[in-house]
Ligand binder design. Structure first.
Ligand code: HEM
Length: 478
């Protein structure tokens, strides 16, 4: 027992002194360069968790600190590396586009082989393997490909409405977070693997939904401690048998992918889902050339080397992980966009009416069923989902009207990032959210209720969610 206690004390002291030494050396690096420092990220995370400060508030605070010092860049000492907060659109353009080759790697955490799916995910790949997989995946995210998934979005939208209709309303109101989570999970199951996630079949999470939620990286409770340890001291964390995504979650989603492939091979069928798109794209020989276009020899060896990397990073596990990516990279952004969209609709009845008119007109034109072309072409809906900048306190879709577009400062509106490493799933996310909104405003009038937070307050933690849930009242439109 004594030995165990001593070992624990030793591990904690070792961890603290390692973290402290890292902080001292990195902060000296920034001081000598005159870059304002926001502090040590792990300590900020602990402070934020303790005080209930969310990611959005924390980022805004850092942004204001940089601006107050008249600087263009701020910095913090991250878990495993230096992190910069760039507050200047011109510098941003250099980083994301012009000098991309120097900034192409995004490595939030050190990922080891024990996270056998995560290590092959586009989101965390670096250098040439990233370039290779991105090239392979790009066609599956093109407009033409996303159009093929439309039926899955539309069916999920219908189920979303059915679920909302039968959800008991407490004093007329309900927490839309639950239904939105189920909608996104249902889209994930059907548009990615062509399966029914069963998310809408029960009040609580289905098995599929449970594993998706459990794999999600956040800083709350026990999971938060695990992620914190893995992020700050990866070698120690992995030695203790921890993984970011959880071994059983990775095995579960690997099996879901394998059986989706096996089923269609056995029945000799194909599906209209992401697995299908990615399998079709896998065989395509769209390898990029080397920098020197004319150098045939170097291109041949480049292709050979890439093919080798293909074997490692785009094997079955590599494909399985890029399906799971919809949940890990795509869930939170789509979730917050939908949550804040329904909030904006409830608080701006004139905007809601205008949007409903456009949606109903589109539906009539399509003979009562939504189509990709109509939903994608709705002008006001497009302005609506884009809205939140430059004055986020005022909700005004007109900011994104054709007439006002020239007034937007370039590189200040980047919800999906920019340059070659921008969000690969942006088309998927936007149509998914648009379909949900079309079904919502067609079927319900959304109004604020007793527990609607006005003004909005953000939850703590890494996710951009409203505090305590998104409570609204829904009146059915007949
Ligand atoms: C409204 C929803 C979404 C938002 C706001 C969003 C936003 C972003 C942002 C800001 C980035 C970083 C871009 C950069 O570094 O320049 C990103 C990357 C990424 N997103 Fe999204 N995203 C959303 C939905 C999705 C969906 C549905 C997927 C589905 C797969 C997805 C997959 C990815 C991936 C894989 C990356 C990394 C790309 C790479 O490293 O090459 N995202 N996203």
């Amino acid at each position: 027992m004594e030995l165990l206690t001593l070992t624990c004390i030793f591990i904690v002291c070792f961890a603290i002194s390692k973290i402290y030494l890292k902080y001292v050396s990195t902060s000296a690096y920034f001081e000598t360069r005159g870059i304002p420092l926001h502090g040590f990220e792990p300590i900020r995370v602990l402070r934020n968790t303790y005080h209930g400060i969310g990611l959005s508030e924390d980022t805004l605070e850092k942004y204001r600190q940089v601006k107050a010092k008249g600087a263009k860049i701020g910095a913090s000492v991250d878990f495993s590396q230096k992190a910069y907060l760039v507050c200047d659109p011109v510098i941003l353009k250099h980083i994301m586009v012009k000098d991309f080759n120097h900034f192409m790697d995004r490595q939030l955490f050190e990922v080891h082989k024990e996270d056998f799916l995560l290590q092959k995910m586009l989101l965390v790949l670096t250098g040439r393997p990233w370039k290779y997989v991105r090239t392979k995946l790009n066609p599956a995210f093109s407009s033409r490909s996303i159009r093929r998934l439309f039926q899955a979005f539309d069916d999920s939208g219908k189920k979303f409405v059915e679920f909302l209709e039968k959800t008991p309303k407490n004093g007329g109101e309900l927490d839309l977070t639950i239904a939105i989570d189920k909608f996104l999970t249902h889209v994930f199951g059907s548009a990615t693997y062509g399966i029914d996630s069963k998310a809408f079949d029960q009040e609580g999470p289905s098995e599929f939904q449970h594993h998706g939620k459990d794999a999600y990286i956040h800083f709350h409770g026990l999971k938060g401690i695990k992620i914190f340890l893995l992020a700050a001291l990866p070698k120690l964390g992995y030695k203790l048998g921890l993984t970011f995504l959880g071994r059983d979650n990775q095995t579960y989603f690997n099996n879901v992918f394998q059986s989706a492939v096996k089923d269609r091979l056995q029945s000799n069928t194909s599906g209209e889902d992401f697995v299908q798109l990615i399998l079709e794209g896998k065989e395509a020989t769209n390898l990029e050339k080397s920098e020197d276009e004319d150098d045939e020899e170097s291109n041949t060896s480049y292709k050979k080397q890439l093919a080798l990397e293909n074997h490692e990073v785009f094997d079955d596990e590599g494909i399985a992980t890029n399906c799971l990516q919809f949940m890990l990279a795509g869930f939170e952004g789509s979730q917050s966009l939908l949550l804040f969209s329904v909030y904006a609709l409830a608080l701006n009845q004139d905007i809601q009416t205008k949007l409903r008119q456009e949606v109903l007109a589109g539906l009539e034109q399509d003979g009562g069923e939504f189509t990709f072309q109509t939903v994608n072409g709705m002008e006001y809906l497009e302005m609506f989902v884009k809205e939140y900048f430059p004055n986020p306190e005022k909700f005004s879709p007109e900011r994104f009207s054709k007439e006002n577009k020239p007034n937007l400062v370039p590189n200040t509106f980047m919800p999906f990032g920019g340059g070659p490493r921008d969000c690969i799933g942006r088309r998927f996310a936007v149509i998914e959210v648009k379909v949900a909104l079309c079904h919502l405003v067609k079927n319900f009038e959304l109004v604020p209720s007793k527990r609607t937070l006005i003004p909005l307050q953000f939850s703590d933690g890494l996710q951009r969610k409203p505090k305590g849930g998104m409570f609204l009242a829904l009146n059915k439109i007949n």
